[in-house]
Design a protein around this ligand. Structure first.
Ligand code: 16G
Length: 255
């Protein structure tokens, strides 16, 4: 691997397009492209912040923010006292999702500057399973709206989610094209509180095929029950997330 000519790589015209967003985002994107396509090899140290700022002709604050973005995307490791290093690709760029924030898949990916997409694998109104009846507190003849989706970001499949909601909350599951929570908010309310149960599972043959993994690969299974402010449960989602990409992070505090 030839070493990257940083002076040329960081010259303003190579990464900055006036009017196309903040400099730190553009610089961060330029660096992340070089990491993803291998021009910046795994374990390569990035030049010190001061040198990057000089070469890119930006302030150190801008460099720090760009580097912060790369660290948040899991593309580099920041090692105390010795700078930033390109993270080995085998570990892959990882997504760190908070276990304590009630975000939707679409919002989370938008926040990361990624483009999310969904393929609906199954959708309709069904007779609830015993688990759906109990979890959603359904009575009598109530049906459930069920949507099974393959969820991707920047074209890479990340998760399979099956969401069940009472029919009166989502009478037309076919209306969910991108974001379930957006549809719920427009109709009067998405969950404001949720309980999640996380455990390990092995992807079945069809799940593995959708997620682009070998059959039987360990994945993270998260079940979310989402509640309205009134306390009514309105969402039960079982999601299988790629364990090689996702880190679910929880902040703990002493009472
Ligand atoms: C997240 C939720 C899922 C929710 C979905 C809505 C977790 C573990 N799960 O993936 O329960 O249904 O977001 O996303 O975070 P949407 O509004 O993009 O459809």
């Amino acid at each position: 691997m030839t070493t990257l000519d940083y002076t040329e790589f960081l010259t303003t015209s190579a990464w900055h397009r006036p009017g196309e967003g903040p400099r730190y985002l553009q610089l961060g994107r330029h660096l992340s492209e070089a990491i993803r396509d291998g021009r910046l090899a795994p374990d390569t140290p990035l030049p010190p912040e001061r040198d990057l700022a000089d070469m890119a002709e930006v302030s150190r604050v801008t460099v720090r923010k760009a580097i912060g973005q790369l660290a948040a995307s899991g593309l580099i490791d920041q090692r105390q006292g010795s700078g930033s290093f390109v993270r080995p690709q085998s570990e892959g760029p990882r997504l760190q999702q908070s276990l304590s924030a009630l975000t939707s898949f679409t919002e989370y990916m938008e926040h990361r500057g990624m483009t999310s997409s969904s393929v609906v694998l199954e959708t309709g109104l069904y007779t609830p399973t015993p688990q759906e009846t109990v979890t959603l507190g359904l009575t009598g003849e109530q049906r459930v709206a069920r949507i099974r989706r393959l969820r991707s970001a920047d074209g890479a499949p990340l998760a399979i989610e099956t969401s069940s909601l009472p029919e009166d909350i989502l009478p037309d599951p076919g209306a969910v094209e991108t974001s379930l929570y957006k549809v719920l908010r427009e109709a009067g309310g998405a969950p404001v509180r949720a309980l999640q149960r996380l455990n390990a599972a092995n992807a079945s043959a069809d799940e593995a095929a959708f997620l682009d993994l070998p059959e039987g690969t360990a994945v993270l299974q998260i079940e979310r029950t989402g509640y309205l402010a009134s306390g009514r449960p309105i969402e039960f989602t079982r999601g299988l997330y790629r364990g090689d990409i996702y880190d679910f992070v929880a902040e703990l505090r002493l009472d």
